[in-house]
Ligand binder design. Structure first.
Ligand SMILES: [Zn+2]
Length: 212
């Protein structure tokens, strides 16, 4: 049985997140953007006004304890285990072609992908139950567990943020962290310590060739 964990009592994150309750708390580059609308919808219950055009891309985990606070006609959504976009870069390209210029990444506490070492054998058994051979199931899970596993939810969000920023340098990306206990989005404290302006104008071919 999954229970809703409280991030407030989780020492791991206590000092690593910043509250987002007013416009003053929102980084200037996100103010007045669909990112701000998304944050206030989640944290304050403010309704999102839609323009009829896609305004935002949201990437988050498949986690069933987290529900997105968005109406129709507002955002594209990529939901994958751990919330990372790895392997779905083409989808990002597609949303760019539809006019999207803002990406929100939502990490969360108590992610199953941080416990994959202990969960992987159950995934193997579940696939065997589907008629897969043990050998094929083990090889498949081993290969994909490496790609999906994370050691720390907040650190994984940071690494994926930096990776996406280097691949899509003109996209405004907001790394956010949701607490499953109260459903509030918070800003990772490391965001304010990073160099915000990227002078990148072209992306190296090698980086693109290495994409899965
Ligand atoms: Zn998760």
């Amino acid at each position: 049985m999954n229970s809703l964990p409280s991030i407030m009592f989780d020492d791991k994150f206590k000092t690593l997140l910043v509250e987002l309750n007013t416009s003053m708390d929102i980084p200037p580059v996100w103010q007045g953007s669909p990112i701000e609308s998304f944050i206030f919808s989640q944290n304050l219950g403010w309704p999102i006004q839609t323009s009829g055009k896609p305004e935002l891309l949201i990437s988050t985990c498949i986690e069933f304890r987290y529900a997105l606070p968005i109406p129709r006609m507002f955002a594209y959504v990529i939901r994958r285990a751990s919330g990372r976009v790895i392997g779905s870069e083409f989808s990002v390209g597609y949303t760019l072609a539809q006019g999207v210029r803002h990406l929100v990444m939502v990490g969360h506490n108590d992610c199953g992908m941080s416990r994959l070492d202990s969960l992987a054998p159950r995934v193997v058994e579940s696939l065997i139950d589907q008629g897969w051979s043990r050998q094929a199931a083990q090889a498949y899970v081993e290969k994909h567990a490496k790609r999906h596993a994370i050691s720390d939810e907040l650190e994984a969000l940071k690494q994926e943020y930096l990776r996406l920023r280097s691949i899509f340098p003109k996209l405004t990306i907001a790394p956010l962290f949701v607490c499953l206990y109260d459903g509030k989005l918070r800003l990772p404290a490391w965001y304010n310590t990073l160099e915000q302006e990227t002078a990148i104008t072209s992306v190296p071919d090698e980086l693109i060739r290495e994409l899965p």
